[in-house]
Design a protein around this ligand. Structure first.
Ligand code: NAI
Ligand code: MG
Length: 352
């Protein structure tokens, strides 16, 4: 088995955590006997922008299309490039052009990590947030009329296609079916958003016909958010529209400790295009250059990549190593320790 991976560190601590992601991948490939053909890419960064006046070369898509996956660090250097330029010029192009319609974020509380929710133990928080990543509330359809007058009106439409809705629901059902608890929470707001959300619920019922073994629980987004905090043990897989999923996929990880742990996957499950794996955090200019960033979000994202590529055992070994290091140390400062990025990353890789 051999996989073609584009490695894009990006900016700031992206450049510090990426070597730790690669160190862990290297260990996993040796132990589990697969090959990684890595292509190291310097573009999709603000350094590239400084030299070329754009975030990526014009032929970026052709240069990535043959990859099995993209491993991404973080992009953004607001001191030199405005954030909307760096983000829209790179990451958001990947998500759109490669039709990465699933945004997946595992949420899990580890031993050794202080939980912001009082009294919670590892095992009580362990779920997946599946966010629709291409349509829904995030469209550019609309506009302002009578701008600047007393009659000013603004309209922005939501768009839910049957194709786009069914495919994210189906993916979520499949994930739920493959987990021991087989439970899917569908985020809705059919009491207030009385056209699109009852329709969304109906699509969940229709797609759910194919998954009789999965227990479905529809919850309004307001109470669902409260339960992420008050009763996180209720959740197994949670599926949500683009906006609701955006909020839930930040709230969930926030309940399990530092942002330095949270991984994410942007998936095109049919593999017509490469999928992208990246930590949730950004380039953290405030700590860049000190070798103190937590590498776990990057390493876990690399593990999600291996899982997606079919290397389930390697994923599990990487997660086991993360688990042990979080419990025993060494830990970076955001976890109350004093280890460097390199020390923590090396400790994880050694256990794989
Ligand atoms: P950020 O995630 O970079 O940092 C937020 C806070 O968390 C900072 O105090 C930082 O030091 C800390 N932090 C982040 N990652 C950490 C890690 N691995 N270990 C320890 N502490 C960590 O978000 P911020 O400051 O809002 O944005 C900085 C830049 O990153 C901006 O240019 C922004 O556009 C970009 N960004 C990029 C993202 C991406 O590439 N997906 C996501 C979020 C922000
Ligand atoms: Mg967000």
């Amino acid at each position: 088995r051999s996989y073609k991976i584009a490695v894009i560190p990006g900016d700031g601590i992206g450049k510090e955590v990426m070597p730790e992601g690669l160190r862990a991948l290297q260990a996993a490939s040796q132990r589990f006997g697969f090959q990684l053909e890595l292509e190291h890419i310097e573009w999709a960064s603000c350094d590239y922008y400084a030299a070329h006046g754009q975030m990526m070369p014009d032929d970026w898509k052709a240069r990535l299309s043959d990859k099995d996956a993209i491993l991404f660090g973080a992009v953004g250097w607001p001191a030199t490039v405005p954030d909307h330029v760096s983000l829209w010029g790179s990451l958001l192009k990947f998500r759109r052009e490669f039709d990465q319609y699933i945004n997946l974020r595992p949420v899990r509380l580890f031993e050794g990590v202080p939980c912001p929710l009082a009294g919670r133990k590892p095992g009580e928080i362990d779920y997946l947030v599946v966010r629709e990543n291409t349509e829904g509330e995030y469209t550019n359809l609309g506009g302002v009329m009578f701008a600047g007058t007393e009659r000013e009106i603004v309209i922005q439409e939501s768009v839910f296609s049957r194709h786009g809705t069914d495919r994210v629901l189906r993916y979520a059902f499949e994930r739920a079916q493959s987990r021991p608890r087989k439970q899917l929470t569908v985020a809705t707001k059919s009491n207030g958003i009385a056209i699109s959300m009852p329709w969304w619920d109906g699509r969940a019922d229709a797609v759910g016909q194919d998954f009789p073994g999965v227990r479905v629980d529809k919850q309004h987004i307001d109470i669902l958010s409260a339960r992420f905090v008050l009763q996180p043990e209720r959740f197994d897989v949670v599926v949500a529209s683009n906006l609701f999923g955006d909020i839930l996929s930040d709230l969930g990880p926030a309940t399990t400790g530092t942002i330095g742990l949270a991984p994410s996957a942007n998936l095109n499950p049919e593999r017509r295009f490469p999928s992208l794996f990246e930590p949730v955090h950004g380039s953290a200019p405030d700590i860049y250059g000190q070798n103190i960033a937590n590498p776990v979000a990057m390493i876990w994202s690399a593990a999600l990549m291996l899982d997606f590529l079919g290397e389930r055992a390697a994923h599990d070994a990487m997660l086991g190593a993360i688990e042990t290091v979080l419990a025993q140390g060494p830990r970076t400062r955001d976890l109350g320790g004093r280890a460097s990025t390199t020390e923590m990353g090396t400790a994880v890789a050694t256990l794989i």
